[in-house]
Every structure is written in structure tokens, then in C-alpha cells.
Design a protein around this ligand. Sequence first.
Ligand code: PLP
Length: 363
Amino acid sequence: MHKIPVYQPSLVGNEKKYVNDCLDANWISSKGKYVQLFEKEFASYVKVNYATGVCNGTVALHLALLALGIGQGDEVIVPTLTYIASVNTITYTGAIPVFVDSLPDTWQIDPEDVIRAITPKTKAILAVHLYGHPCDLSALKEIAKKHRLFLIEDCAEAIGSLYQNQHVGTFGDVATFSFYGNKTITTGEGGMVITNDQTIFDRAVHFKGQGLAKYREYWHDVIGYNYRMTNLCAAIGLAQLEKIQTIIKKKRQIAELYKELLQDTNFKVHPEIGDVFHSYWMVSILVDQANQRDTVREHLAQAGIETRPVFYPVHTMPMYSQKYQKHQVAEDIGWRGINLPSYPDLSEEQIKYICDTLNKTNY
Ligand SMILES: *Cc1c(COP(=O)(O)O)cnc(C)c1O
């Protein structure tokens, strides 16, 4: 029987060579040449001035918020249809996450709903390029500018995605990436904070390294964190980055094949809409009715095909549901969506098998 996981990394380049180099050189912690090399190459890939490597995508978001000075008494607007880390990191700072709905076509944060959610306490909009489709960055930039808000981009799922031919992550004040094992490029666990603003960059680096003072050894002038990336992770990251064009090209081909094979069915593939380049971190589909989702997933599981439900809207989770809220579109997508196997080494036969199995579902 086939066993097709929803994701697995593709480690076919210089990963082993660079990791062995770290071991041979005896540099395995957060000092060593690969951290700077990876940061430099990453910044040059997305075309941004500054990048600093961190130990995962969650702390990258926490650092971005800290670097902007967000904390107690502040409100940060965030889509409810996202991964939990986008919301929890706001809470870590003492600020309040304010949930907004998403757009039914792109599945991204709804700019009109953002405007409705702004109060005198609002400090920032945390936009998430969900599953690799860019948000409406023109609208978000305009809103941020008009209301003097920071714009943070959570690009954990969107490395390589473009909005009007420009990399996502370079539109707001600061942006973050994740290199978890199932992300488009991986370091095992890892993340990156990027910005074009030197002050934001300096603050992020300061908080990441225990709040170490600049001109005095072993003296700390803020409550900092140890959020550093190791040389081993950076070595893997550098090798992954060398392959990114190939990885994204394959992921686009995978998405195209799914679309073609599912076009005459009731399964609607998450489309690419507008002047954007969707990197298709996870190819996702919507089933017709929410009550069909489990049947479809179960049928695929029986055939050895692993899937994931689309993210449950965070406002429905216990720690964020004290106050009743309704976010219609996010709930609809959240109950009807399925992520299909999307890793770069997936073969054409496997995709055909998955689509065949989908088409044979009785529900
Ligand atoms: C993966 C992810 C994160 C967190 O990254 P980790 O590296 O797992 O900590 C944050 N936001 C989004 C949208 C993600 O998908």
C-alpha cells in the first residue's frame, strides 16, 4: 500500500557536507561561520537589508513584536485563520490579539475587517501569508500608513511568494520566517527576522542575545532571551537556500497538477488570485460541506494518504474564546479545508493516485 505523508523535507543538496564541516571545525553552537552566511544569503534572496537567524518561527514573531516595542495595553490585529503561533506571540508580549476575518477567495486577512477593528489602542497589523498566498499588501500598507500602525508580515508559510513581483516580507516594518521540518525550506527548527530598518534590526538582535549591552562584557541592559540559531541549523539552511528555486518550481508544478486533475470535481483548490506568485506551501482544497470533511480525510487515510485539516480559527480555541465572536469566512474555510500532500519530492504518479482516491470518495 502507498504511504504518502503530508510533508517531508528534501535534503538532497549540500546539507550533509555543511553539517560535517561544522562538526569538523568544532563549531556547533550559535557561533560559527554558517549563521552569518545563511543570514547574508537569505537577505540577498528576499532583497532586504537585514536578517537575523533565530531558533524557530515562533520566537521570530516574538522578537519582531518586541523590537517594535509592543506590549501591555496594546492591541495587535491578526487574522483568526492562522497558525496558533501568530496569536500566542502577541499574548506573550502582554498585548491583546484582536481577531479579524479572512477573504473567501484568497483566504487572506480581510483589509475591510482590519479597518473595522482599529481602536486608539491598536499598534500593529500582523498579516499572515497563509499557505503561501500573499495578502493584499497594497491595502494593508495603506491602512497601516493612514492609521500610523506597524505592519508585521508572518511569512512562515510564504518564502518565495511574491506580491507585484516583490518578495513578501519586504512590505511591512518587519517580517518573520519559519524553517520547521515541514516548511518550504527547513533547518529542522529555525526562523528568521528580516527588516529594512536598522533600529528594528539592532533591537531584535539585542533581545535575541540575552539583552547583552553593546560596550560592556557580561552586562545586560534589558530582559533578553536566548533565541539564537545554531551553526548546525544555519548550515542546513544555507544548503536548502541553494535549492530554493528548484523546490518552489516543483511545488508550483505539484499545485498545477492537482488543479488540473481536480478541475471537474467538487473539490476546489486554493487558487492564486491577483498580481501575485503563490509558493504553495500546502496545496489545499475545500470540500462542499463541512460535514463531509472527516469522511474525505478518512477515505484518504485508508488509502495511505496523510492530510491535515486547514487551521481551526484561533478565536474558537479555549484560551481565546471567552468573548463570543463570529468570523464567518474563517470558520467556513476552517471547517471545510483540507491540506493535501505537498512536499517537493512528490511524484506525478502519487498525485494522480491521490486525486483518483479523492474522486472515488463516497459522501
Ligand atoms: C510554522 C508557523 C509559525 C511558527 O513557526 P515554528 O518554527 O513552528 O515556531 C508561525 N506562523 C505560521 C503562520 C506558521 O505556519
